[in-house]
Design a protein around this ligand. Structure first.
Ligand SMILES: [Zn+2]
Length: 487
C-alpha cells in the first residue's frame, strides 16, 4: 500500500495530506507570466514544477482543471502600486500597441513552454479578457465595506480586514512586521493605510490601457485579476493555488484578502510555492549579469555557459532539486544532468530486450513503492529519481547477465519507467532517434569548417557557422574544438 500524497502548504506551514474538496475533481490555479519581455528561467522553473504536479495528479487519476493566467495589464513596476504598467511602458518605449507586446511575448512564452514539454493548462485566461469580472469584484468588495474610492484609485482597506482575518498569515508576518516593510504615507498619497492596495487605478488621459467603469476610466490592479479569474473558473474555494515564493508576501496575500472580502473564504486550501534560481551560488539577476534566458541556455550563447544544454537536460536538471529548494545553475551541474538524463534514457531503451529468468535478484515491487513514496512526499522528485537510478543499475546488471529478472518484474519495471519518465516527469526523447546520424553528419560539417580555419579561410568558416545558425544549429568554439547544439 502506498502512502497518500502530501503537499507543503505555505498557508499552514505544514505538510498536509492532499484531499480534494470534490474528488475526483481538482482545481489548480497558478499565477502565469506578465508578458512584457521574454520569459525568464525562474518562471520556467515554477511552471515546470507545477507541470510535474499537474501530471502527477492526472497520473493518480484526478480530473484536474488547471488554470494559469496571462497577465497582460495591471502589473506595475513596483508591488507597492507605484511606477508604470509594465506592458504599457514597453509599448510606449517601442511605439507599439500594448497588444503587440502581449502577442509577441505570449508567443515566446508558449514556445518556451513547448520546448520544456509542459502540458498546456486547461484554461489560460487573460487580465484584459476579464475586466468586467474585475469591476464586479471591486464593486462587491466595496459593497461589503472593504474598499473605498479616492481621487486616484479604489483602494482595499487592509485595516478593516485585519480585524477579522490574519492578513499576514501567508507570508508568516504579523501586521507590525508588514507595516515596517512599507513606506510611510506622504502628502501625495490618497490611501488611508500604508498597507492598503489598489483594486482599480484611475487612468490619466495619457495612460494607453484604460477601460470604462462606475468610477470613470480605470485599469485594474495586478492582484485583482487572479482573484477574479480563479473565482470565475474554479469557484470561491478550490484545491491548489501556486506560484513562485516571491509572490506570497504581496500578490498572494492580497489575493486572499480580496477573495475573503468578497465571500468570507480563503480561496485555496493549499498554497504551494516554488523556490528561486541561483547561478554558481549567487542569486540570478540581471544587475549581477548572471541571468540568462532559456534560449541562451539551450544554445550556450552566454559568457557563463561552456556550451548549450538541451531543454530536456535542463528539465531533468530541474527535477534533481526539490521544488522548495533553491536550484543552482553551474556548468558542472548541467553537464552532470545531461549525462544522467542520457543514462536514464539509455537504460529505459534496454528494458524491452532484457532476458527474463525464473527469479529476480532485485525487489522491483519495493523499488516502485519507494518511487511513489518519494513523489507522495511533497513531490520529492530528486529522491524519486535516485530510486529510478537504482532501477537503472538493475537494468544494466541484468543486461550484463550479472543479475536476473522475471517476466512480471520486467513488465513492472518497464511500466514504472515509462510512466515516471514520460507521464509524470514530462521528459521525452529529444531528436526522435536521429541523434546519432545527426552527430555523424555534424562531425563531417565541423571538420570541413576546421579545415577551412586551418588554411585561414575564415570567410568560409564564418559563412558555414552563420548558415548553420540560420538552419537552427548553433556552433560554439571551445578549447577542445567546436561543439554544436540545436537553437
Ligand atoms: Zn496571480
Amino acid at each position: 500500500m502506498q502512502t497518500a500524497l502530501t503537499l507543503y502548504n505555505t498557508f499552514t506551514r505544514e505538510k498536509e495530506i492532499f484531499k480534494p474538496l470534490n474528488a475526483p475533481f481538482v482545481g489548480m490555479y497558478v499565477c502565469g507570466p506578465t508578458v512584457y519581455n521574454n520569459v525568464h528561467l525562474g518562471n520556467c522553473r515554477t511552471f515546470v514544477s507545477f507541470d510535474v504536479l499537474y501530471r502527477f495528479l492526472l497520473h493518480l487519476g484526478y480530473k484536474v482543471r488547471y488554470v494559469r493566467n496571462i497577465t497582460d495589464a495591471g502589473h506595475l513596476e513596483s508591488d507597492a502600486d507605484e511606477g508604470e504598467d509594465k506592458i504599457a511602458k514597453k509599448a510606449r518605449l517601442e511605439q507599439l500597441e500594448p497588444m503587440e507586446i502581449v502577442q509577441r511575448y505570449t508567443v515566446d512564452f508558449h514556445h518556451v513552454m513547448h520546448q520544456f514539454n509542459t502540458l498546456p493548462p486547461s484554461i489560460e485566461p487573460t487580465a484584459t479578457g476579464h475586466i468586467i469580472e474585475q469591476i464586479e469584484m471591486t464593486q462587491k468588495i466595496m459593497n461589503n465595506g472593504y474598499a473605498y474610492e479616492t481621487d486616484d484609485a479604489i483602494y482595499f482597506n487592509v485595516e478593516k480586514l485585519v480585524k477579522e482575518f490574519p492578513y499576514g498569515k501567508l507570508s508568516g508576518r504579523n501586521l507590525e512586521e508588514l507595516q515596517t516593510n512599507t513606506r510611510d504615507l506622504d502628502g501625495q498619497d490618497t490611501k488611508k493605510g500604508r498597507l492598503d492596495f489598489a483594486l482599480m487605478i484611475k487612468a490619466k488621459p495619457t495612460h494607453i490601457m484604460q477601460w470604462n467603469s462606475p468610477w470613470g476610466k480605470v485599469f485594474p490592479g495586478w492582484h485583482l485579476e487572479c482573484s477574479a479569474m480563479s473565482a470565475k473558473y474554479l469557484g470561491d474555494e478550490f484545491d491548489i493555488h501556486g506560484g513562485g515564493m516571491d509572490l506570497a508576501p504581496t500578490h498572494h496575500t492580497n489575493e486572499i484578502a480580496q477573495n475573503f472580502a468578497c465571500c468570507k473564504k480563503v480561496p485555496a486550501k493549499f498554497w504551494v510555492h516554488t523556490n528561486m534560481l541561483t547561478v554558481n551560488g549567487q542569486k540570478m539577476s540581471k544587475s549581477l549579469g548572471n541571468s540568462f534566458l532559456p534560449d541562451e541556455l539551450f544554445s550556450g550563447n552566454h559568457k557563463l555557459l561552456d556550451k548549450g544544454y538541451s531543454p530536456m537536460s535542463v528539465r531533468f536538471f530541474m527535477l534533481q532539486a526539490h521544488y522548495r529548494s533553491t536550484l543552482d545553475f553551474s556548468n558542472e551541474a548541467l553537464q552532470a544532468a545531461e549525462k544522467g538524463f542520457a543514462r536514464l534514457m539509455a537504460a529505459y531503451k534496454l528494458i524491452g530486450g532484457l532476458k527474463t529468468s525464473a527469479a529476480s535478484t532485485s525487489d522491483v515491487h519495493a523499488l516502485k513503492a519507494k518511487v511513489y513514496d518519494a513523489m507522495n512526499d511533497d513531490l520529492n522528485t530528486p529522491v524519486a529519481l535516485s530510486h529510478l537510478f537504482e532501477g537503472v543499475r538493475i537494468i544494466n546488471s541484468v543486461n550484463d547477465s550479472k543479475e536476473t529478472i522475471t517476466y512480471d518484474d520486467k513488465t513492472l519495471l518497464h511500466e514504472l519507467f515509462s510512466q515516471m519518465i514520460f507521464d509524470v516527469f514530462g521528459l521525452k526523447e529529444e531528436t526522435g532517434g536521429d541523434d546519432s546520424r545527426m552527430d555523424a553528419l555534424m562531425k563531417i560539417v565541423l571538420q570541413i569548417r576546421a579545415d577551412a580555419k586551418a588554411r585561414k579561410d575564415f570567410a568560409a568558416s564564418d559563412k558555414l557557422r552563420d548558415d548553420l545558425l540560420n538552419a537552427g544549429i548553433q556552433v560554439k568554439d571551445g578549447k577542445e574544438g567546436a561543439t554544436w547544439s540545436y537553437v
